[in-house]
Ligand binder design. Structure first.
Ligand SMILES: *Cc1c(COP(=O)(O)O)cnc(C)c1O
Length: 407
């Protein structure tokens, strides 16, 4: 008799985006004349930078001739891309990362989801609340949690991010082994300072833990004092794996390219307590279960680091941050407390009422869709997330409507 992985039965069905879609459809049914503005999704809306498109096209042409055709590429990714990443994203900021410590992939969702495979099943996991659901659900699937009780999985150390701690979780009060952090944060938009991140690195070093650092929104950081990479913190190479993606940086959500950094010095421990390098483990996993990102996509990603590419990518980020600044200003003008939107495309708003009640109000009275914070964890209750990923015109219109409706 074939049996299922029972852990899948523990998973809470993720009704969040389905529930949002259902409510929006119902509203449109009863108000066919109203056009609804969507500020709920975590997906970019602007087209790829021209430098990426040019490189993408040229690489497709190479695939069309036998002399330049490419079959399977190097397992970790093409050196031209890994070298550009190491130089521009890390070495230029004083972070000692080498090209062979970078693994090119088709997404940070898969990487942040798959990385848990290389750690023990009895590892104690620390996960922020609210959170990007991938970290939690992949550990549930793997069997690292108990069942779901009163809104939380047994066995997980939740790291509360609340107004009291400025949405930067405190160090765990119980011993943990594997810590997920994401800055700039999705969903809160909060950022972590150099000193605060240094405390986490020191904690991981002292307790022989490991940090999984999701820096998918690093490109949105404007404040030069904030760390863009965890490897800007001294001592992080031994205790941190970092995830980056071209998705939000350069509009690659539909094109797919990302990377994971596993420094050669990064370690975990075997049953005897001996230190074991993680680089060979991830390399083994990556080359066994993944066969590379397509050559044209890697060429398109490398174009992000060209002079034109850099200018264009900064322009994209500036466009969304301009939206975010307007959202912040108007929402604060209405008397709401919010965080994010300055070094992040997300604004996290204290609605001072039930998340879904605030969602319903914005939809019904203003025709604007946001994301209810409760969908990201227990600490998200009472909050909504507004995304800056839309056109400036739509954002302006949405805010004008919100002001009329609840101002
Ligand atoms: C969008 C996002 C990513 C990137 O995912 P891809 O699979 O690379 O598109 C990673 N982490 C967080 C928190 C995100 O919001």
């Amino acid at each position: 008799m074939i049996k299922i992985n029972e852990n899948y039965l523990k998973l809470q069905a993720s009704y969040l985006f389905a529930d949002i879609a259902r409510k929006v459809a119902a509203f449109q049914e009863t108000h066919p004349e109203r056009d609804v503005i969507k500020l709920g999704i975590g997906d970019v809306t602007r087209s790829l930078p021209p430098a990426c498109i040019a490189a993408f096209h040229a690489a497709v042409d190479e695939m069309a001739a036998d002399g330049t055709f490419k079959g399977y590429g190097p397992e970790q990714g093409y050196p031209f891309l890994r070298e550009a990443i190491a130089k521009h994203d890390f070495q230029a900021r004083g972070a000692d990362i080498q090209p062979d410590e970078i693994f090119i992939s088709d997404g940070s969702k898969c990487d942040t989801g798959n990385i848990q495979e290389i750690f023990a099943l009895d590892a104690k996991i620390a996960i922020p609340d609210p959170v990007y659901p991938v970290y939690l659900d992949t550990n549930v699937m793997a069997g690292r949690t108990g069942s779901f009780n009163a809104g939380r999985y047994d066995g997980i150390a939740y790291l509360d991010s609340t107004a009291e701690n400025n949405f930067i979780p405190a160090l765990p009060s119980e011993p943990v082994d594997l810590i997920y952090l994401c800055f700039p944060n999705n969903p809160t938009g909060a950022t972590i300072s150099h000193d605060q991140l240094a405390q986490w690195v020191a904690y991981a070093r002292d307790t022989r833990a490991l940090i999984l650092y999701d820096a998918a929104y690093e490109a949105f950081i404007q404040d030069e004092s904030l760390p863009r990479s965890i490897y800007e913190i001294e001592g992080a190479r031994e205790v941190a794996i970092e995830f980056r993606s071209f998705s939000k940086t350069a509009g690659f959500t539909g094109t797919r390219c990302a990377f994971t950094v596993v420094p050669k010095a990064c370690r975990a421990f075997d049953e005897q307590g001996n230190s074991q390098a993680l680089h060979p483990l991830w390399n083994r996993r990556h080359s066994t279960k993944f066969n590379g990102v397509s050559y044209p996509v890697q060429k398109a990603a490398a174009a992000v680091y060209s002079e034109d590419g850099q200018t264009q990518v900064k322009g994209l980020v500036a466009y969304y941050l301009n939206n975010a600044a307007l959202i912040r200003k108007e929402i604060k003008g209405l008397g709401f407390e919010c965080v994010g939107g300055e070094n992040s495309p997300y604004i996290w708003i204290d609605g001072r009422k039930d998340s879904w009640a605030f969602f319903d109000q914005l939809l019904n009275e203003a025709g604007v869709v946001c994301t209810p914070g409760a969908g990201f964890g227990a600490c998200g209750e009472g909050f909504i997330r507004i995304s800056a990923f839309n056109s400036f015109e739509n954002v302006q219109e949405a805010l004008a409507r919100i002001k009329t409706a609840i101002g």
